[in-house]
Design a protein around this ligand. Structure first.
Ligand SMILES: [Zn+2]
Length: 395
């Protein structure tokens, strides 16, 4: 609870500071809200690791990155001495199940500055907006519709016909959901959902839409890949479906090329598998994950975490178990961090997060060590900045 209190105090301070901050008309330089002095930037862009830099935040945006100078400092509201420590993008958890406001700080204090929650409600839509307004402390939230499926579960949206799908999507659009979450659907209903979503300008994402034995042959699989889905969740399920249609390894590579060509993001939610089955054999999922990354497919990371999880997959810390599993799969630390930043940004549909670069959202973690050398340094950021506001300082 102590951290929560600190976070709130810092947000209040940050909010007060922002009252003074405006774009300085007539000045070439944007107003400086925060200066990070002498940091090594893990940019996650083609610029790679940028050593000894000064980074300036203006309101919610990174406004400049320049080599550290000993010259006169720009007048800044707040200066954070980096002393050669590392600044990385905030992490993205692209698959969670958010239930209430109390869970938000648990994500943010573990370095997660954006989440995508996969079964939205009107209350969660309100929370999303309150975070954006700065009224509530938490990561940026992208909110999927209620789970839309022919199979019923509590809180899901049950649909049986094309007309019901059409009505559900109209409602989602009017309510302001960011995307449609689909689950088990027949071929006819899935096709209708994809078409309607496209007409409404709503992205779609979900489990591979298996129902009974449909969507399992090559033509059906290509229909799913051609349906405009932004992401397919649970990479191990995708691996299984592709394997059903592949008589040789080379066929999997061809499917991965198709997935990459369509910019479909595959979401890993590996940590949850061992919770379901302590003897779960990760090797097939690991092999497929590595192949996907090497094929240039965008992979995002999710945890299925929830404050009311029956599997014990709780908000916040679980992301670091997922990162460790990705490493265990044989990926490099750079590939793992790509998944936790840029891959996640792709799943969110927000290319302003997941990188440290001028003009991008100021979602940043100040870290003791280089995360590309030691990923576990991400577990305990020294400073967390969310949309230009300091969310946590260590004592
Ligand atoms: Zn889920």
């Amino acid at each position: 609870m102590k951290i929560t209190v600190f976070s709130k105090i810092n947000f209040v301070l940050a909010a007060l500071i922002f009252l003074d901050v405006g774009v300085n008309a007539g000045s070439a330089k944007a107003t400086c809200s925060i200066l990070f002095k002498d940091v090594n930037i893990v940019s996650m862009t083609a610029r790679g690791l940028m050593e000894h830099q000064d980074l300036i935040i203006s309101e919610s945006t990174i406004s400049s990155i320049t080599p550290t100078s000993s010259g006169p400092r720009q007048d800044c509201k707040q200066v954070i001495e980096g002393n050669g420590q590392y600044l990385s993008p905030g992490l993205v958890n692209a698959h969670i199940h958010l239930n209430d406001q109390q869970e938000l700080v648990k994500y943010l204090e573990k370095g997660i500055t954006s989440v995508r929650t996969m079964n939205g409600t009107p209350e969660i839509l309100q929370l999303r907006d309150r975070v954006l307004n700065g009224d509530v402390v938490g990561p940026t939230i992208v909110v999927a519709s209620p789970i839309t499926s022919e199979k019923f579960n509590s809180g899901w949206r049950l649909v049986a016909t094309v007309d019901e799908i059409s009505a559900a999507l109209e409602e989602y659009k009017a309510a302001g959901y960011d995307l449609v979450k689909f689950y088990e659907l027949s071929e006819e209903n899935y096709t209708a959902l994809a078409k309607k979503a496209k007409a409404l300008g709503l992205p779609i994402a979900g489990h591979y839409p298996i129902r009974d034995e449909v969507f399992r042959d090559h033509d059906q699989l290509m229909k799913v890949l051609n349906s405009g889905a932004r992401s397919l969740e649970h990479i191990e399920e995708v691996a299984q479906i592709l394997a059903l249609n592949a008589d040789a390894d080379g066929q999997i590579d061809l499917y991965l090329d198709e997935i990459r060509a369509r910019n479909i993001v595959l979401t890993t939610i590996l940590n949850r598998l061992i919770k379901r089955d302590p003897d779960y054999d990760y090797q097939p999922a690991f092999t497929f994950l590595k192949k996907s990354v090497e094929a240039g497919v965008f992979v995002a990371l999710g945890t299925d975490s929830s404050g009311v999880s029956s599997l014990g997959i709780f908000p916040g810390i679980t992301i670091h178990r997922e990162l460790a599993l990705l490493k265990q799969a044989g990926l490099t630390s750079h590939q793992v961090l790509m998944i936790a930043t840029i891959g996640g940004a792709r799943a969110l549909g927000d290319d302003n997060v997941g990188v440290v670069a001028e003009g991008k959202t100021a979602d940043l973690l100040l870290l003791r060590e280089n995360p590309l050398v030691n990923l576990s340094t991400l577990e305990s950021p020294i400073v967390i900045v969310h949309r230009g506001r300091v969310a946590k300082f260590e004592d």
